[in-house]
Design a binder for this molecule. Sequence first.
Ligand SMILES: Nc1ccn([C@@H]2O[C@H](COP(=O)(O)O)[C@@H](O)[C@H]2O)c(=O)n1
Ligand SMILES: C[C@@]1(CO)OP(=O)(O)OP(=O)(O)OC[C@H]1O
Length: 160
Amino acid sequence: MYRIGQGFDVHQFAEGRPLIIGGINIPYEKGLLGHSDADVLLHAIADACLGAIGEGDIGKHFPDTDEAYKDVDSALLLQHVWKLVRQHGYTLVNVDCTIIAQKPKMAPHIPNMQKRIAELLEGDISQVNVKATTTEKLGFTGREEGIAAQAVVLLQKNNE
Ligand SMILES: Nc1ccn([C@@H]2O[C@H](COP(=O)(O)O)[C@@H](O)[C@H]2O)c(=O)n1
Ligand SMILES: C[C@@]1(CO)OP(=O)(O)OP(=O)(O)OC[C@H]1O
């Protein structure tokens, strides 16, 4: 039995914040604003996982009104979501993601992101693909106001 899920998230840039994407700290002049560490990619992946098992979204599981999640490491949120996926009896087939950012250049960081995401989803790096694109200077990402991320995840229930 297979289940597919998709996730999409956006966070705006802010001065004085670290830029954390895919669980990796990216040296840059500004970071992303959020109640959590604003890891836009891990949020999209968490939403894709929750979608695949019919469990809503990260806002439902980790409300941004709860002080417990203030500046939380989004890797912890994804680990919690992944535990739910395993409780539903699923394992990872593959996850494919796109980071939509005019800047900074993501390519040098993608191998580390893929490694980290594979660890968090208890998979192999071959099951994780991360891509990046600009929007050719168009829209809010093109104006460098923020970063968006999309993810699609395919899960399989063992032996079904
Ligand atoms: N923030 C980004 C955006 C893009 N890349 C890489 O550059 C390639 C070309 O981007 P286009 O938007 O012009 O298609 C893209 O395929 C990525 O490999 C990146 O590293 N970081
Ligand atoms: C992750 C949570 C919780 O800290 O906060 P944010 O960092 O604001 O992220 P968002 O993508 O708006 O999703 C859900 C939130 O509840």
